[in-house]
Design a protein around this ligand. Sequence first.
Ligand code: ZN
Length: 179
Amino acid sequence: MALRTVLEYPDPRLRTRAAPVTRFDAPLADVVRDMFETMYAAPGIGLAATQIDVHQRIIVIDVSEGRNEPVLLINPTLLSAEGDASGEEGCLSVPGIYDEVKRAARVRVRAQDVKGEWFERDCEETLAVCVQHEMDHLEGKLFVDYLSDLKRLRIRKKLDKGRRERAARSGAGGARRAY
Ligand code: ZN
């Protein structure tokens, strides 16, 4: 197992559209293990393979307080999305930045597990938002894309400044959670 480096905005590799997973083999299981390890270590509540420069449709999530309810979604598609959940989002690829994004409050997702078995799952609240956030990553989309040009410019400046000051701090946003 190994911690992977998380790409940070505005790295152009974050704009890559991920390809479907077609081989459910040992290398896939290794990537999944590394993704969980990297997400838990960050710490974050979700991670898309895109963020570690692996351009396959793989998402890991754990929104539980105990950090013991791992969710793996391979080749996910949304079967339905309803309701409004507007909340503050953060992202491990946009460290220290949090802003409001409009999402659906409930989604039903269809995905494969590490062995390629299909399943469906109903997701609500933070889990629903996280699924939508991570699925955006697989399309090369970031939560800051929903914000105004001016806000994005400010974020880029802040991140540049943050990178210069990185040595003094860890990337976490206090009690707030990033994915
Ligand atoms: Zn993210």
